[in-house]
Design a binder for this molecule. Structure first.
Ligand code: TEU
Ligand code: CA
Length: 584
């Protein structure tokens, strides 16, 4: 019984007391069952999904036209990246009006149509909530910067300089100081991201009220939740101490330590979240695993789940590509499994709009192994413990873009970094670009590849806002939809399999062989329902003896076709992935 809690008053309350509580509270393997725990989420980056009017920019109508495609995969929840009015200094993560749709993306009527289409297909829609900062063009900031006594002054964070310098050593994620001197009042404002993204002052109760109101505005339209952009940064230490040296290269772990974060999230929960049947997922860049239960333990009434960045940033924890090794990745999943008990819930993802393509980073995007490795990663994402998030295009095995020169990039992070590092001669242009070929956010932002026509069918414009990957003739949705053996169909089958296998959602996780550098073998167990997942993260064929006396029974899923059953030793091909029933 899933009543929208906001609508549940009076009679409904009594009804819940008498019948509802027992029925909804029956735990599965200790967990409270929730629709967002069973969900498979698909992330849409509207700018790059589908252009409906030939201006080279994806839009809401474009997304609506592809809802059948998304539903066809078995997706139950769509996370829409920011669709709000924005001057696009950071592709919509700089919001000018929280209640308006970005003109390039369409109108509010288009949004309503999209939401309706999602609901008609029994899916849910989660919006991006970007409230650590707004655009400098938001009317609050336009007012705020006018004078020290403007009523909106305290909506943002203003400080006087120190001896002609910035108030402290805080740095922006997009290069340089996090403080910008504003000539009108000769004070600095704080911006942890771009200069055009001033940080909101959450210590001001009026700001918090505004945020809760805008959340309700969208929830009352019927959206099903929020992904919350850099939410752990909202509380700032009012003394604004310098970043201690141990955090110099990873300031995100310092910015998440604001003293009132949990107070604000609990207030938000009281004022808004608890009143709706909705989901929240916090983007917790800079939150350690140890801090995670503070945000997601259901008894604390803060968020439902967060994105932990340990896995997705394993190969580039800072700006630079470091590479990665399988035992490190496995250790992250084991640690998460140990740290989070039945009161907390996890997410599983290895890509998003801020990171390179999953198959290029964690798989093998060579012609011979792209298909197998993309399917292996699908197998993993959909059998690990936590709600899986699939980023658009990953279901097609889309790859990193072959960037060669700075002019090919769009991202403000790249452009600011170019000035700060290359033009200032700290890094050579070659090194800078070579690193971006592995790490750039723009890899995932190139347009969706729908078919083999010009620009991959993304747009009828001659030039999309960001170039389509030149491999669109081989890698595209149309081709994959017509090929039963495609990555797309494999994702669909894996999703369907997960959705009929409660042990993959609520079951226990055990890594059978943590040190193995090529094989990831684990079980997911709930009562008699036991699955064994075997993933070969290498090109090497090998014979693998199952550890701990585990026996592979019936083969449920495999990325390379039929395979031996009822065995304790398997012969694996390069990048082979299998899911077995465990045989006792
Ligand atoms: O990103 C948060 C964040 O801090 C990083 O993931 C960041 O994008 C980058 O990797 C820093 O090196 C969120 C959004 O997802 C991102 O698109 C926005 O640019 C950012 O917040 C600001 O809103
Ligand atoms: Ca368009």
């Amino acid at each position: 019984m899933n009543f929208p809690r906001a609508a549940c008053t009076g009679f409904c309350f009594l009804f819940l007391l008498s019948f509802g509580a027992g029925a909804t509270d029956s735990a599965i393997n200790g967990y409270q069952p929730k629709w967002w725990k069973d969900a498979v989420v698909y992330q849409v980056y509207p700018r790059s999904f589908q252009d409906s009017n030939g201006d080279g920019v994806g839009d809401l109508k474009g997304i609506t036209s592809k809802l059948d495609y998304i539903q066809g995969l078995g997706i139950t929840v769509i996370w829409l990246c920011p669709h709000y009015d924005s001057p696009n200094a950071d592709n919509g993560y700089d919001i000018r009006d929280y209640r308006k749709v970005m003109a390039e993306f369409g109108t509010m009527a288009d949004f309503d149509e999209l939401l309706k289409g999602v609901k008609q297909r029994h899916m849910r829609l989660v919006l991006d909530l970007v409230v650590n900062h707004s655009s400098d063009e938001h009317r609050w900031f336009v007012e705020s910067r006018k004078s020290k006594d403007n009523p909106y002054r305290d909506y943002y964070i203003w400080r006087s300089g120190k001896g002609g310098q910035e108030p402290n050593n805080w740095v922006s994620f997009f290069s340089g100081s996090a403080w910008k001197l504003d000539p009108a009042t000769n004070q600095y404002y704080l911006h942890l991201f771009a200069e055009k993204q001033p940080d909101l002052n959450w210590d001001n109760p009026k700001v918090r009220r505004e945020v809760y109101d805008l959340m309700k505005f969208w929830l009352d339209k019927g959206v099903d939740g929020f992904r919350m952009d850099v939410i752990p940064f909202i509380s700032k230490d009012p003394n604004f101490p310098d970043i201690p040296s141990q955090y110099a290269t990873r300031p995100q772990y310092f910015y998440t330590q604001g003293p009132r974060l949990h107070e604000y999230l609990q207030e938000m929960n009281r004022e808004v979240l608890s009143k709706y049947d909705m989901v929240t997922v916090g983007e917790a860049f800079g939150v350690t695993l140890e801090q995670t239960p503070m945000l997601v333990d259901e008894r604390r009434h803060e968020l439902n789940m967060i994105f932990n960045f340990d896995a997705v940033r394993l190969a580039h924890p800072g700006r630079l590509w470091t590479g990665w090794a399988l035992p490190q990745l496995k250790a992250i999943y084991s640690a998460q499994n140990q740290q989070l008990d039945v009161h907390s819930w996890n997410t599983v993802f290895l890509s998003n709009h801020d990171n390179p393509r999953i198959v290029s980073t964690f798989g093998d995007d060579s012609a011979d192994y792209r298909g197998a490795s993309a399917k292996l990663l699908a197998t993993m994402l959909l059998t690990l413990k936590g709600t899986p998030f699939i980023y658009q295009g990953d279901e097609l095995g889309m790859t990193n873009y072959p960037f060669h020169k700075i002019e090919e990039f769009d991202d403000i992070e790249v452009k600011n970094g170019w000035k700060a590092e290359v033009l200032s001669k700290k890094v050579t242009a070659e090194d800078y670009i070579a690193n971006l070929r592995r790490t750039s956010r723009d890899h995932s932002r190139t347009p969706m590849q729908w078919d083999a026509t010009a620009n991959g069918g993304f747009t009828t414009a001659a030039k999309p806002w960001l170039a389509v990957n030149p491999n669109y003739k081989e890698i595209n949705a149309k081709q994959e939809e017509g090929d039963n053996n495609s990555i797309y169909h494999y994702f669909g089958k894996m999703i369907a399999f997960r959705q009929h296998a409660p042990a993959l959602v609520y079951g226990g996780f055990e890594d059978l062989d943590p040190q193995n550098a090529k094989i990831f073998a684990y079980t997911r167990t709930m009562g008699d329902e036991k699955y064994l997942v075997i993933l070969n993260f290498s090109r090497d064929a090998m014979t693998y003896s199952l550890p701990k006396g585990v026996k592979a029974g019936k083969l449920e899923m495999s990325n390379l076709g039929s395979a031996e059953e009822h065995v304790s030793e398997v012969k694996l091909r390069g990048w082979e992935a299998r899911v077995y029933r465990v045989e006792n």
